[in-house]
Design a protein. Sequence first.
Length: 231
Amino acid sequence: MAFLIRVALLAWIYQSVLSVVPLRSWEIQHNVRTKESSRAHIGSGFGLDARLVPLDFFVMSKCPYAIACEQRLNDVLALVGEHVRVTPHYIANIDGYPTTCKHGESECLGDRQQLCVLKYAKFHAFWKFLMCQDKNVTSIGEPDTAEACLMELDASASVVSLVKSCYSSDEGDNALRNSAHKTSQLGVRGSCTVWIRGREFPEDSSVEEYVSEICKPSGHVGSSSGCQLMR
Ligand SMILES: *[C@@H]1O[C@H](CO)[C@@H](O)[C@H](O)[C@H]1NC(C)=O
């Protein structure tokens, strides 16, 4: 009960701040990124600020645990999204061609679609796309679902067309292979795995535990980034 009140209070404080401070990183991108800037964007989550706390999560797009984990992260980001730099990573088998995924071919497609949105749109748009796809695990990866979710982003026609051509081609497969390669290099196998500041964090922690981990002043992050909202 006390926890619920605290979350409600945090949400209220966050909403109040949100209504007065323009949050540039939450805007959806309407123009086309260059290759250079889209690469810089991957992993930059809610902003490029080096003081942001790195949060990496590793998933398979159709894994029920991943979906539960992403819902939890959604609640966390609603409270402290301004303080983290979120990077999604995918788990897939890239030993041969084609790439294979534990939950079938449609999971590889879903992974590609998510990575292609991340490549061409701002992180906030990626997150919105993810939440849209997660509404129905069965339909993740279906072209109709991807298109419907893309339409919800208010992205420009040029971004939509770049995203579609990305996930329908080798560009999307390469993005998945690169991501899955990095995941396996990092030795991560479980969906969902969460790292905060490069260290594994129990993914099933409560929203409150995530918030206190993200907001604790530590290491290179420095006390200045320690979630003014939380004090
Ligand atoms: C979820 O997606 C599947 C496959 O597209 C579809 O058959 C089903 O009706 C959808 N469920 C809901 C609740 O929309």
